[in-house]
Write a protein that binds this ligand. Structure first.
Ligand code: ADP
Ligand code: MG
Length: 228
């Protein structure tokens, strides 16, 4: 395999990264997906020795998961920071949901409650990042089929929840966050940012669905134009 030539290295690095991501997306991710389909076909062939069918089904499922995971990472890379600060939080969340739908077999519902004002840009960014991370976690870890994203837009607090019907256990996830404190794991960094902004992150199993419920609340400090 050839290493990118010097002229490629001198290009805009994000451009090089995006084109590498696009190439892997159409190549490796596609091949993994095709392989998962082929192996799945094999499981349906008759006359397999005992146990082999189950083993093939596991291989097919792992290949399928890997292809989705790789596609997710790569889509994120070549889309860059698609959700722009000019859009409303709800618009940005809708685009996160659309991308998650694109790279998974999940059913995702969005529920909007309240009509409070837009939070300041840092809080808005945290809310959007939380939904993106929450959905990525469901795709990666939950083995879920259904997700509910709830936005509560109050006048002094906004809360966003991402809950799934997967196999995860909120107590275990909480434990992992504590253990990973200081490392750059997704949820730990969201919790730290929520703290910094005077908000909070919590995990529970008490949602409408049976899996993990990730919630983030941030105070709404309206950026008022007549303040100064
Ligand atoms: N929705 C979920 N369902 C099941 N497990 C989860 C879920 N979200 C997070 N987890 C578990 O919590 C861990 C920590 O998540 P996170 O901080 O986002 O790190 P990462 O996704 O990089 O592993 C994950 O590795 C996973 O084991
Ligand atoms: Mg994560």
């Amino acid at each position: 395999m050839e290493f990118p030539a010097a002229d490629a290295m001198s290009q805009d690095p994000s451009k090089v990264l995006r084109s590498a991501a696009a190439e892997l997306h159409d190549g490796v991710a596609q091949d993994l997906f095709a392989a998962s389909m082929e192996v799945e076909d094999l499981t349906r062939a008759g006359g397999l020795p005992p146990g082999v069918g189950d083993q093939l089904a596991r291989i097919a499922s792992n290949l399928h998961k890997s292809s989705l995971q790789l596609r997710g990472v790569l889509t994120g890379m070549f889309e860059g920071n698609l959700d722009r600060r000019g859009d409303t939080v709800v618009e940005r969340i809708r685009s996160c949901v659309e991308r998650a739908l694109h790279r998974s077999d999940l059913t995702i519902d969005i529920r909007l409650e309240g009509t409070g004002p837009e939070p300041d840009p840092d809080c808005a960014d945290l809310i959007v990042r939380s939904v993106r991370e929450g959905l990525a976690n469901v795709v990666k870890h939950a083995d879920a089929t259904e997700v509910l994203v709830i936005m509560r837009r109050g006048t002094s607090w906004w809360t966003v929840m991402v809950e799934d019907d997967g196999l995860g256990d909120a107590t275990v996830v909480r434990h992992m966050i504590v253990k990973s404190a200081g490392l750059t794991l997704g949820l730990a960094s969201l919790a730290a940012e929520a703290d910094r902004l005077g908000g909070r992150l919590w995990l529970s199993s008490a949602g409408r669905l049976s899996g993990v419920n990730l919630s983030i609340s941030v105070p709404v400090r309206v950026v008022s134009s007549d303040a100064g």
